[in-house]
Design a protein around this ligand. Sequence first.
Ligand SMILES: C[S@@+](CC[C@H](N)C(=O)[O-])C[C@H]1O[C@@H](n2cnc3c(N)ncnc32)[C@H](O)[C@@H]1O
Length: 336
Amino acid sequence: MKATISSEPVKHFPVLLKELISIISPQYGGTFIDCTFGQAGYTNKILEFPDTKVIALDRDKQCENKAKLLSKKFDERFFFKNLRFSQLSNLKLKNENIKTVIFDLGYSLNQIKDKKKGLSFNSTGKLNMQMGLNDFSAHEVINKLAKDELVKIFKFYGEEKESKKIVKNIILERKKKFLETQDLVRIINYSKKNKNFRINNSTKVFQALRIFVNKEISELINGLIIASKVLKKNGILAVVTFHSIEDKIVKYFFKSLSEKKGVSRYMPEINTDSTIFELKKKKPILPSKEEILKNPPSRTAKLRYVIKKIDTYEFKTDVKDKFKDLLDIENFSKKL
Ligand SMILES: C[S@@+](CC[C@H](N)C(=O)[O-])C[C@H]1O[C@@H](n2cnc3c(N)ncnc32)[C@H](O)[C@@H]1O
């Protein structure tokens, strides 16, 4: 797991928790949306403050057990839905007074340890990588997609430089049998010439597959757009990312909606001379040395946030045009 994995197997560390809490100020109360409930690290902390209410989402149905316990304890102050955050509009929050929306992207310790999910390159058996509410699995991707499609997935979602060699060998080997998780690991290991001793050989391909199987690019872009709509004036949108593709999208989205663009087709329709957000800090907030020591996978975490400046539900953004190449890759799954 990225966000919350620890060197001690069972301990859960919510990433950048102190920093997040100081930005979102739950001591003043209000309604918070936790789009990535996970192990309830952020939600629990927010609910410690008596005047808060949390609406939590997670695509993983297994989060429901933890959510039920919190519902019992906090009754009206806590509400959970097993939804993808791109489905946030299902909750009809247009007229709610939403103070903050939080995303802590990636996956949790429970998910990486869940052998059936197969998110880790240490997993055995059939390829999967579904986090929940998916349409297809990594098994179908690796065993069915065309050569050029796999190369693009590995290259653009994993930034894997040796994609072509790896895919050539996948295509050769899958003629003999369906490839499982450890077949893929073995193929990557013998295909790669330039071994990187800082990360596992399989890291980039596994990241790429996870992003593709979970449609993480459209999830993030649609999640950011709908979150920005439901926020009220002075509301805060805070996002923790773990790899450069996610961070690039969040950075662009925040920056482009925080700048006055004059007469641009991307300006909000209603407030033509206002920007949607105020960007307080251009640079992301990073974990301290102490946090990285305690929880090494937090080292790639970046926290960015913006404050909504106007009460508008409708606005325009060019974020989908900007990341069209990444979004188009998701269409390869249509034939699966
Ligand atoms: C890093 S964990 C969150 C940890 C949480 N902040 C905590 O402190 O316990 C990420 C969670 O987001 C969920 N998730 C990832 N993508 C999602 C999506 N598109 N919609 C809803 N949940 C998602 C995962 O299932 C996982 O439980």
